[in-house]
Design a protein around this ligand. Structure first.
Ligand code: PLP
Length: 395
């Protein structure tokens, strides 16, 4: 009567969502201030005031039917050009509006891109730990997700393991830097190594292998860390971007796909992106938001709060004896679980109303993820509970 595959996806919610729902239930029982919920990557810093100003100005100055009406399927020309100009200024690239397809966020960008690229028997490589929805998006585009584990010490891509995983069926490779869930920024050496392997394998198999760069956290880096712009390292790169995190607009669903001119057969790939957008019903991204982006392109929310949160947690965890690195970006900590079974550790943490996500669904067992995009005050209040939890493990 219905699609079994879709039913199963809908009936089984993600582990992260389950923990978040548990947190809401617990808050109703014992009060919101007593639940320390580190489950969800929902920005805790508001969008900059310029976003609100842009919305006010647009609603006052533009004809309402035009403002809220359809834009062209690929997005508003002026918005796409404004994004191109901003990237060109920041990264020395030479994009123009024709390289962009506006979307309802990174999830839509990824689904469209996979659908545009995937043919029967195609494999798409993802690096563990990964954003769990990749597997859903890749499978529903008809391709097969292939997992490659990152180096356990650095959580950078293991280039040797990667090279072994590339086959004649590899159609694309997905990278995500800064990373969810590890917070790790891919260093330039790894980028160069990865791209060399991709070029070598393209030649060996005589077909294109696309590098899909999923980058909703691009601007969320702390200190003077550079996030290499991948289109400059490898021609067949497609960028999937979102304003959900950089501008704190996750509910407003706005992002884009960037197909550079350097991609082999640009017209073919860009038209396939348009076709996939059409097939999935992802045409004409939210109009008001497209126009807000035109006005606010290049800005971010006040991300200094995330750095403060990261440092507060890492300093405390080091003191308590937890094993955790200080990641350079995004707003996640990926902490080694003090017992092999991370789910059991998360259950123990729950006793202290600390809500953490076990890493199994990220394809990298033995760790927990903490989303530190929460109030600094909540972090401070939660620290005594983390200390008690550490004592329970004699750390
Ligand atoms: N990719 C990664 C790595 C993410 O962490 C997320 C959301 O958390 C997404 C994609 C989806 O982002 P969006 O809200 O823009 O659809």
């Amino acid at each position: 009567m219905v699609s079994k595959e879709m039913y199963e996806l809908g009936a089984k919610s993600s582990v992260i969502r389950e923990i978040f729902e548990y947190g809401k239930m617990r808050a109703a029982e014992i009060g919101r201030e007593n639940v320390f919920d580190y489950s969800l990557g929902n920005p805790s810093v508001p969008a900059p005031e310029s976003v609100n100003e842009a919305i006010r100005e647009l609603t006052l100055s533009m004809d309402s039917c035009e403002l809220h009406g359809y834009t062209s399927a690929v997005g508003d020309n002026e918005t796409r050009q404004a994004i191109a100009d901003n990237l060109n200024e920041r990264f020395g690239t030479h994009f123009s509006m024709r390289n962009f397809y506006m979307t309802a966020g990174a999830a839509a960008s990824l689904c469209i891109t996979f659908r545009a690229l995937a043919e029967k028997d195609d494999e798409i490589i993802i690096f563990a730990p990964y954003f769990p929805e990749y597997k859903v998006f890749i499978s529903s585009a008809g391709a097969k997700p292939v997992e490659v584990k990152c180096n356990a010490d650095t959580l950078q891509i293991d280039l040797e393991a990667f090279e072994k995983a590339v086959t004649k069926n590899t159609k694309a490779v997905v990278v995500n830097s800064p990373n969810n869930p590890s917070g790790v920024v891919m260093n330039e050496e790894t980028v160069r190594g990865l791209c060399d392997i991709l070029r070598k394998k393209q030649k060996e198999y005589g077909r294109e292998i696309f590098l899909v760069s999923d980058e909703p956290y691009r601007e969320l880096v702390y200190g003077d860390v550079e996030v290499p712009y991948l289109t400059k390292y490898y021609d067949n790169t497609i960028v999937c971007y979102s304003y959900s995190k950089s501008l704190s607009l996750p509910g407003d669903r706005i992002g884009y796909i960037l197909v550079p001119d350097e991609v082999s057969d640009f017209e073919l790939v860009y038209k396939s992106v348009c076709g996939a957008g059409r097939a999935l019903g992802y045409v004409c991204a939210p109009s008001l938001m497209q126009r807000v982006i035109k006005k606010c392109v290049g800005q971010t929310s006040d991300i200094s709060v995330y750095k403060k949160n990261r440092d507060l947690l890492v300093d405390a965890f080091e003191k308590y004896g937890f094993s955790v690195a200080r990641p350079d970006g995004a707003f996640y900590l990926f902490m080694r679980s003090p017992e092999a079974d991370a789910t059991a550790f998360c259950e123990k943490a729950k006793k202290y109303d600390l809500l953490l996500v076990p890493s199994d669904s990220f394809g990298f067992p033995g760790y927990v993820r903490l989303a530190y995009c929460v109030s600094t005050d909540m972090i401070k209040r939660s620290l005594p509970s983390f200390e008690r939890l550490a004592k329970e493990y004699n750390l």
